[in-house]
Design a protein around this ligand. Structure first.
Ligand SMILES: NC(=O)c1ccc[n+]([C@@H]2O[C@H](COP(=O)([O-])OP(=O)(O)OC[C@H]3O[C@@H](n4cnc5c(N)ncnc54)[C@H](OP(=O)(O)O)[C@@H]3O)[C@@H](O)[C@H]2O)c1
Length: 320
């Protein structure tokens, strides 16, 4: 599957349900790339098309949960599994995800090519696309010369933009909520962290194999207090993050644990888990992320600093 999207400097893609800018040159590019192909879109995006009508000369598949929803001239998929089943009868090289934000988010892991129009400007926005320049999963392989908007016809009379093509160079890492079947994988990762901590401070670990037993991990899942997300790569759990919402003011998301399988490191997995936790914190009214890192765990300290975390307090100890 492929996708086509237009982003601004911060990879924003829309504001208040509409596009950031309507540029004829980009719309023609969109038409050329997708003509005669199959396009997959969300119902909100369809509603932004002139008259809410489907795109001509293309098979339109619209994602919407309701069975009674039936836009004229479109096929409707009610879930991603149903969409993937429908797409079995199409050549996936000719299928394009065309937005909006929720559809890009769900279909990006299935895409191997991304046509990205980059608007060289920062607009006001409320929906974003994943920054492919920061993703180790994607590589920029083509970039056009700079084009300019038409001051007579376009919504932004002074806009420079370029057409880019990105290709997937590594399997997708996806992050989802943990379920009880993930307990063995999470427990294995907890023992990996425990080994790192044991190497730094054997006196603190004693005989403890890991921070939590498998039974404790199982009890945490879905208990309404602990929130666990796992990262999956090629069908295998390769990392997890555990969080708790601290109800003090300001409301804070405490990261109790984060671990990535050593074989899956340097592939952006930890960053994706942190981003998921951060989004979860924001959705739940938190204005801070908080965590503890062991002195001596330089790799973790560097990662968190790179993620933008700064020191709030220090733990002091004295052996007695
Ligand atoms: N810059 C670009 O290239 C570009 C392109 C397209 C759109 N956009 C922008 O993106 C924004 C719209 O994004 P959006 O996320 O709000 O809307 P959207 O993705 O276009 O549509 C969301 C709708 O699709 C349904 N849907 C999504 N996934 C589904 C699934 N797996 N199963 C069943 N139904 C599903 C949603 O159902 P639920 O109600 O159940 O969630 C919701 O009703 C707008 O600002 C638009 O202008 C930008």
């Amino acid at each position: 599957m492929k996708l086509i999207v237009a982003v601004d400097n911060e990879w924003g893609i829309g504001n208040k349900g509409d596009l950031l800018a309507r540029v004829r040159g980009d719309l023609l590019h969109f038409r050329d790339v997708t003509a005669g192909k199959t396009v997959v879109l969300g119902s909100n995006t369809l509603a932004t098309f002139p008259g809410g009508k489907v795109l001509k000369n293309r098979v339109n598949i619209v994602l919407h949960p309701s069975e009674s929803y039936s836009p004229e001239g479109a096929l409707v998929a009610h879930s991603i599994p149903e969409l993937l089943d429908m797409l079995k009868s199409y050549d996936t090289n000719d299928v394009f995800a065309i937005g909006g934000a929720s559809v890009y988010r769900q279909l990006l892991p299935y895409c191997d090519t991304a046509y990205v129009t980059k608007f060289r400007k920062s607009y006001e926005k409320d929906v974003w696309f994943e920054n492919l320049d920061e993703s180790p999963e994607w590589e920029l392989c083509e970039e056009s010369g700079v084009m300019h908007s038409d001051p007579e016809k376009d919504t932004d009379p002074a806009l420079d933009y370029v057409f880019c093509v990105y290709r997937r160079v590594a399997p997708a890492v996806t992050v989802r909520e943990a379920n009880p079947e993930d307990v063995p994988a999470i427990y294995r990762l907890l023992t990996v962290i425990a080994d790192v901590h044991r190497a730094i401070r054997p006196d603190l670990m004693l005989d403890k194999k890991s921070k939590y037993t498998p039974e404790e991990v199982r009890a945490h899942i879905g208990d309404g207090t602990n929130f666990i997300f796992v990262a999956e790569r090629e069908g295998e759990v390769c990392g997890h993050i555990m969080c708790v919402i601290l109800r003090d003011a300001p409301k804070t998301l405490y990261i109790d644990d984060l671990c990535v399988d050593p074989a899956a490191r340097r592939k952006g997995v930890a960053r994706k888990l942190m981003r998921r936790a951060e989004a979860f914190g924001k959705e739940n009214g938190c204005s801070y992320l908080l965590l503890s890192v062991w002195s001596g765990n330089g790799e973790a300290e560097r990662f968190y600093a790179d993620y933008g975390m700064t020191e709030r307090s220090r733990n002091l100890e004295k052996r007695i």
